[in-house]
Design a protein around this ligand. Structure first.
Ligand code: NAP
Length: 269
């Protein structure tokens, strides 16, 4: 798809991967709107890239419900929705703060689903658009100390896979991004988490399986994938067999549905 002049909404655009994505889309000629809770940080990012800001707490269901309408009223139709905002949980299930479970479920899973639901009819009507999901390697398997986070990312992976099937044959693309470690505040928090999480990381690090990438490198790959309509961005590449194994039931379903007509705007009457 043509990125020059496209309107891109990046949730969680105040720092980390979201800020890098905002810069990379802007470098490709897009108008970028960054959304999150921290107005000052958003202003800094938007100032650097000549973009716009929208302050929004994705834990607040009313805010999430109104976000697409508000942004489109202020800036025009959104062509690319980048569901990037996310938070981690880094404690075992028996000790994690129960409130954190609700926050992570809402911000990482409920918000992207609602935002996608809200943005999609307009994209289908205009026959132009892309939805990007920043998921995680943690969505392909369970990891001790990260159960709720893994659950939300696995949910996002299957949501994206279902959506992809619904959009087959339409001009709207989806891209699912499944990174391992990326050098941001979130990874710092994982590295300084409880001993069980650290021991798990040490094991994977010793095996050379989780090299860290930068937000900028990842963002570059995501923007290229949006432009070409590529359905997956995976990091690290050395874990490709793992990604393929977790993807295989989805591919099988896709194969089994060959020739079945799916209407993305179908309704139960
Ligand atoms: P980060 O530096 O902590 O940034 C998280 C972003 O999400 C911030 O912009 C934050 O903005 C926003 N956010 C958090 N809670 C929010 C809320 N309630 N409402 C609105 N925005 C909220 O983390 P990151 O590493 O860049 O993470 C970005 C995405 O990449 C996440 O989905 C994460 O799961 C995924 N990911 C990260 C890694 C990694 O190793 N870093 C690996 C795989 C996947 P405010 O604080 O301003 O609201």
């Amino acid at each position: 798809m043509e990125l020059k002049g496209a309107r891109v909404l990046v949730t969680g655009g105040s720092r980390g991967i979201g800020a890098a994505l905002a810069s990379a889309y802007a470098d490709a000629g897009a108008l970028v709107i960054v959304a999150s809770r921290s107005k000052e940080d958003l202003c800094q990012v938007a100032g650097r890239i000549g973009g716009a800001i929208h302050v929004a707490d994705l834990f607040d269901s009313e805010v999430v419900d109104g976000l697409i309408g508000d942004v489109e009223a202020a800036h025009g139709p959104i062509d690319i929705l980048v569901n990037n905002a996310g938070i981690e949980t880094v404690d075992p299930v028996a000790t994690v703060d129960p409130d954190a479970l609700r926050v992570v479920a809402r911000v990482n899973l409920e918000a992207p689903m609602v935002l996608t639901r809200r943005v999609l009819p307009g994209m289908l009507e205009r026959r132009f658009g892309a939805v990007v999901f920043i998921s995680s390697l943690a969505g392909t398997a369970g990891f001790p100390g990260m159960g709720p986070y893994c659950a939300t990312k696995a949910g996002l992976n299957n949501f994206a896979a279902s959506l992809r099937l619904e959009l087959k044959g339409s001009p709207i693309s989806t891209t699912l991004v499944t990174p391992g470690p990326v050098d941001t505040r979130m990874w710092d928090s994982v590295e300084s988490a409880c001993q069980s999480v650290q021991r798990t990381n040490n094991r994977f690090q010793k095996l050379g399986l989780i090299p860290k990438t930068t937000p900028e490198l990842l963002a570059h790959r995501v923007v290229a994938a949006t432009a070409s309509g590529r359905r997956h961005v995976r990091h690290p590449r050395r874990l490709t067999p793992n990604f393929w194994m977790s993807e295989s039931p989805r591919r099988l379903t896709e194969l089994l549905l060959t020739g079945v007509r799916i209407d993305p705007l179908d309704r139960t009457i």
